[in-house]
Design a binder for this molecule. Structure first.
Ligand code: FAD
Ligand code: EPU
Length: 283
């Protein structure tokens, strides 16, 4: 045994929606522990900010990066950095993105400030190329380390077919750590851009939610389409289509995964444009 901490815990505690039953969690803090956890069927959990997990939990191991895999080394690599641009040391996939973005702002390092307000972990945010109209994760990546049960490899963004909300990295390939590619700026300039991106969130609900339910189809706002279908305020059980922004489903307290699924079905039935789900449903 490699010493990974294994514990059955309710996943609701690890999701921003606050839904999800008990499952076997593997807290892994190095590559050996990660490899052991991957010997049996597994899922990888990040910040839990894009997940709707069944009330029964999931049968697979749920891996969570912790310890050194949730730490960051932002020292510029002297061989890869220049006067205008730096490449950092390794940033663990388990690092919470909001704290990282705040720290980069204080250091006056630019490229990732457009992702302000996304409550993800670095690994999860890279895996789905989380972003906003003001920037996305792939704006600031140099190297991505990907672990599968077969191998560990390091790739660059140019090696991947990435795009809107998509890194091109297959599901269950674990983003264990990354090196960031950042432009030297000033704390003031980065803060100004961050505030601008943050402002676009003013209309988003403050309650428990897994973020936007659907990806924007062809540049149109999914929220606007759901709104135009008259669905704001629709409630099933304790889940509600947010009155503030129709692409957000919120947990009023005690919502179940089934409540959320029922609302997703209502939306699919009533919106005339086909939309791709952004959340992931477990199992
Ligand atoms: P999780 O929700 O834990 O997992 C989601 C998927 O990522 C799963 O398939 C999981 O297996 C995979 N994953 C997690 N960690 C790893 C890893 N280390 N390696 C490989 N795969 C991994 N998203 C946006 O893009 N833009 C926004 O503006 C935005 N705003 C949001 C606002 C709120 C209030 C909330 C709650 C969510 C918002 N989201 C937004 C959605 C969400 O934050 C993103 O989808 C984010 O990328 C999810 O990352 P996570 O670490 O929470 O992943
Ligand atoms: N709108 C409505 N009704 C609504 C919601 C929106 O009419 O209920 C209209 C707005 O008035 C605006 C337009 O739709 O004219 C766009 O809305 P908004 O600015 O909120 O942007 P969005 O396209 O709905 C996207 C991302 C968000 C991201 C924001 C801010 C997607 C699916 N959504 O929302 O990302 O935070 O821009 O940059 O790409 C997420 O992915 O989980 C997410 C929250």
């Amino acid at each position: 045994r490699t010493g990974a901490r294994v514990e059955r815990l309710p996943l609701a505690r690890f999701t921003t929606l606050g839904v999800g039953g008990e499952s076997e969690m593997w807290f892994v803090s190095d590559h050996a522990q990660l490899a052991e956890a991957m010997e049996q069927p597994y899922r990888i959990l990040g910040g839990g900010s894009n997940l709707v997990i069944a009330d029964e939990g999931v049968p697979e191991r749920v891996i969570r990066l912790s310890g050194p895999l949730a730490e960051r080394d932002l020292e510029p690599d002297p061989h890869l950095s220049s006067e205008g641009e730096i490449v950092t040391g390794w940033v663990g996939g388990g690092v919470p993105l909001p704290g990282l973005i705040r720290q980069l702002q204080k250091l006056g390092l630019s490229n990732l400030e457009g992702t302000v307000g996304i409550p993800a972990q670095v690994g999860g945010a890279v895996w789905m190329n989380a972003g906003t109209r003001y920037g996305e994760m792939f704006d600031g990546l140099h190297t991505i380390e990907i672990v599968t049960p077969q191998e560990t490899r390091q790739v660059t963004p140019a090696d991947l077919q990435w795009g809107y909300r998509n890194s091109g990295i297959p599901r269950n390939h674990v983003v264990s750590r990354v090196r960031l590619r950042l432009r030297r700026s000033t704390p003031e300039a980065v803060l100004e851009k961050m505030d601008f991106a943050d402002n676009a969130r003013k209309g988003q609900p403050k309650m428990k939610t897994p973020g936007c339910a659907f990806k924007n189809p062809g540049g149109v706002s999914a929220g606007q389409l759901i709104d135009e279908a008259g669905l704001k305020g629709t409630r099933v059980g304790n889940a509600l289509i947010a009155p503030e922004h129709a692409n957000f489903i919120v947990n009023l307290g005690g919502a179940t995964a089934a409540d959320v699924h029922a609302l997703l079905d209502v939306i699919r039935a009533r919106v005339p444009v086909p939309m791709e789900l952004e959340y992931e449903l477990w199992p």
